[in-house]
Ligand binder design. Sequence first.
Ligand code: DON
Length: 341
Amino acid sequence: MFAADVQNVPQEAFTGYLPTKDRVDDLVAQAHQRYAGHTDGTVADYIPILAEANPNWFGLALVGINGSTHLAGDVDVHFSIQSISKAFVFALVCESIGHEAVHERIGVNNTGLAFNSVIAVELNNGSPMNSMVNAGAIATTAMMPGDTAEEQWGAVRSGLSRFAGRQLEIDDGVYLSEMRTNKRNRSIAGLLDSYGRLEKDPLETVDVYTRQCALSVTARDLAVMGATLADGGVNPVTGERVVSADVARDTLSLLASCGMYEKSGEWLFEIGLPAKSGVTGGIISISPGKGALATFSPPLDSAGNSVRGQRACAFLSRALGLNLFASSAHVSHQDGSLTHS
Ligand code: DON
């Protein structure tokens, strides 16, 4: 593994700051106004209860690494976290078993296929591929600390609650609706098990995974959870260290390549941030060392990513200077100092 060679080299932080509080407030409000009237996309209905979501809901929440909070629209509407949970369960597993083990036992490459693809497992000789697609997420949940499914569920819930800075509750209606219909996830778990790639009982693991996806959050919660990854693993609101800085870094690099499924390349090209989306319409985008933006709007595109959310992220990534790849030419002064043009 490459990491072994460089593990004694100090990890220098990417630096940079958010604009002033008033400027961020103003731009978040502008983003909301700009896209509130857009109606493209379709609300997910493959989990029957999700079809009840209001397509007009639209919330934006940005939390800086100093805990500063900037809000617009429906930031306190509760919705189930769904696939966004995968990012945080990955971080908890990485914290528990380490970088090398996650790399070897799950993988970190994009499948190029839909999030719930069965073919991706077959094409890759039983590899779950990465923790952001359903196969990899189910395999990752099976690696959570705990001897029983109940203990693993307790570890998932308390870990995600520490990221959010409050005790998260399960939405029982969503959990039961998905458990009645999740034949595909059960098939994926059975297939992984047939390849010897699942560390626990397949049906019990799907049950824990489905509960994890049914945890109820708001856009405001998601922004705090994302900001914890932006802040080297420390929750900027509670001050609690949830995971190590190395794990926060590893989680963000995985989100950059796999967080937006088969659209991850396009997303990085357009928006330039590690991000994770969920089928209820949430997206978290993280700017390391600066903060995290959470968007919530249920209508989705064909890959399962919120349409208004993607537009608002594209706008704010540019306007707030969040894009990791954007730099401006420097000017060298006679005294040796540098400024940017
Ligand atoms: O396993 C599933 O299909 C859902 N619990 C989560 C899927 C999801 O959020 C995909 N996101 N775009």
